[in-house]
Design a protein around this ligand. Sequence first.
Ligand code: 1SD
Ligand code: ZN
Length: 269
Amino acid sequence: EGAQWKYGETGYGPKDWKKVAAHCSESAQSPINIETSTVNKDSNLKGLRFTCDNKNGMVSGVLVNNGHAPTLAINKPQGTATLTGGPLGDNVYRLQQLHFHFGCDDDKGSEHTVNGEAYFGELHLVTYNTKYPNFATSADKPDGLAVIGVFLQEDDDAGEPSVSLRALSRAMSMIEEAGAHVIMRAFLYDLVPQLRDLSKTSFYSYKGSLTTPPCYQSVNWIVLKKPIAAGERVFEAMRDLHDHEEHSMCNNFRPSRPLNGRTVSEYSG
Ligand code: 1SD
Ligand code: ZN
């Protein structure tokens, strides 16, 4: 077995991920800092379409502590969602899983930053291109994945946390140890209200990578401008999660990678 990658400065932290996965040192990596003054306001860019199989965007699956992030692996036969349009053109992407990155402190935790500012956390909705047979075969293809990133902000500014986010954070108390899992469901339209009408939602998009090893450069990133509300209890539940070394999982974000000439486009909904 190879070395276990991790977050932080010691051991196989982000600076050493290239020793674990060579792709991590390539030039179109994620996350990035989004400088709003230099984004390409692309008037030809169309809105996205997000369609859920079930009413209210109900999904069910297994919430897993994989040691890196609390991840809801969606049981797709019971209903999932598709994403198309915008920078994805006619390709149809299917939702595979969602997971959270978050900070130990309230002033950092998101992977993407905007004008150098981090949010407390970032939700990732991971979708794969249905022109490939499944997630695993699409994960290393240049057009293989699309990930919707949604910032988490403290409730004072953004409202109350959703019922679904509170339910997810309560379920996290049942999976504090790495390897633990619990079956649960969530309502995507409640978790991220913008998903109800994604075609009217403003976002940034660019071509990048998985933010964790193996760092494949296969991701069409779609970062929503408007955050969702979280709260102190949500943050605390996340911070009680443990990694493989039984440390707190918090600060499970990769520092920004250089843009290296890539274009970030902006869609204003
Ligand atoms: O960090 C996740 C990783 O856990 C896994 O879910 C991967 C997809 O195989 O995606 C990355 S990320 O780029 O969505 N952060
Ligand atoms: Zn992620």
